[in-house]
Ligand binder design. Structure first.
Ligand SMILES: NC(=O)c1ccc[n+]([C@@H]2O[C@H](COP(=O)([O-])OP(=O)(O)OC[C@H]3O[C@@H](n4cnc5c(N)ncnc54)[C@H](OP(=O)(O)O)[C@@H]3O)[C@@H](O)[C@H]2O)c1
Length: 359
């Protein structure tokens, strides 16, 4: 496979730091540029993250002394140095949209973690094991933007990656309705316990905008491509409650589900055990061997024990049982900054690379 030079925009943040740890020794992608806001620009990477490096492993030597660039002011220079960028910024939605379109129009593909472009019908929102066929709308997007190789692709919100992967292999039984309560880690807010001491021994029953995303984004993931755009699915009906809990990493979902044609418990477990997607078929570097793992133990999955399954790229499921109001209920878990953010973003970029979109 060809090698690609990449830039990380928002390199100093929680997702940016994860991207750095994942890309430092990546077989295809080489970190060429780090960029963030004007507050970090001009500093070495080590200076820019001083006091806020939140990863368990040290800052990789290869990036310590790189000078952080200004993502907005230096955009032209950055776009000329790299084959594509990863983007994970904490900016106003309109400004993020503008920034991502600016890079795409500079003929620099954007692999985005941000929500700003997720609702746009010709911007694919990809969970690589689930909807790789949505990548084809990139052609329509390029026409709209007037570009040859520049385009934007997004990954979905981290909360839905704790339950959509488990539901997806069951769609063939006609899922009619879903209720999901998510119990979300503090790293999902770009925080750890040092920077958010109020979360110790606490639960906050509100995450701004999260329930809307959790109910709407699955319908885009399950949408169909028509005339070069993604038309959202109209079912299943989905309702959610999203809570912030005192867990460092790992979003858990308690899920209730009903079907048109109710499968047996054995059929559901078989679907989970057998499910795999294009990343497994193509043997992509960040693909988990098993996308879904079912635990028979009644007290699994647990955030602390199971979030790192398959290097944080596997989704864990447990406690499948009948319910009195819905057909079944179960619990599922995914690592929010790996599968749900940086890892999912790198896997998505590997899929685009394998299909020649960066050439
Ligand atoms: N954390 C998660 O689990 C998670 C999961 C999925 C998606 N996301 C999404 O990923 C994005 C980043 O999240 P995060 O948790 O990493 O946030 P974060 O820790 O707050 O980091 C934000 C990053 O954005 C940069 N930034 C802020 N204003 C900027 C500007 N005007 N121009 C360029 N860069 C700017 C910051 O640079 P400075 O250091 O210079 O300020 C920093 O690098 C958000 O859109 C978030 O919704 C996060």
């Amino acid at each position: 496979m060809k090698n690609y030079n990449v830039g990380i925009i928002g390199a100093t943040g929680m997702v940016g730091q994860r991207l750095i740890t994942l890309l430092a020794n990546h077989p295809w992608f080489h970190i060429e540029v780090l960029a963030a806001s004007g507050r970090s620009a001009g500093k070495t990477y080590e200076e820019a993250v001083s006091g806020r490096w939140a990863m368990a492993t040290p800052i990789p030597d290869s990036v310590k002394n790189m000078t952080v660039l200004d993502a907005e002011k230096d955009a032209e220079g950055i776009a000329s140095l790299v084959d594509f960028i990863f983007c994970a910024v904490n900016m106003e939605k309109a400004k993020t949209k503008e920034l991502e379109e600016k890079y795409a129009k500079l003929e620099c593909p954007v692999m985005s973690n941000n929500s700003a472009n997720r609702g746009v019908p010709d911007v694919p929102m990809i969970i690589p094991e689930i909807n790789p066929e949505h990548m084809e709308v990139v052609a329509t997007q390029k026409q709209r933007l007037g570009t040859k190789r520049g385009f934007i692709s997004v990954k979905s919100n981290c909360s839905i990656q704790s339950y959509v992967p488990a539901l997806h292999p069951l769609m063939k039984f006609g899922i009619t309705k879903v209720l999901a309560c998510t119990y979300q880690a503090i790293s999902g807010a770009g925080k750890n316990f040092e920077r958010w001491p109020e979360m110790v021994d606490n639960l906050i029953p509100y995450i701004g905008g999260e329930e809307e995303k959790s109910e709407n984004e699955p319908l885009k993931i399950w949408g169909k491509v028509e005339n070069g755009e993604i038309i959202n699915a109209v079912s299943p009906a989905i309702t959610t409650q999203c809570l912030r809990v005192p867990v460092s990493d790992g979003h858990t979902a308690a899920v209730f589900v009903s079907f048109e044609s109710k499968p047996s418990i054995e059929e559901i477990k078989k679907c989970w055990a057998e499910y795999s997607g294009e990343p497994q078929l193509l043997n992509l570097p960040s693909a988990p061997e098993h996308f879904l793992t079912y635990f028979e133990e009644p007290d699994r999955p647990q955030a602390k024990l199971d979030r790192d399954l398959e290097k944080g790229m596997g989704v864990s499921i447990g406690r499948l049982r009948p319910d009195s109001q819905y057909d079944y209920k179960f619990v599922s878990l995914s690592h929010n900054t790996l599968r749900g953010a940086a890892g999912g973003n790198v896997l998505m970029a590997e899929l685009y690379a394998a299909k020649g979109y960066f050439d």
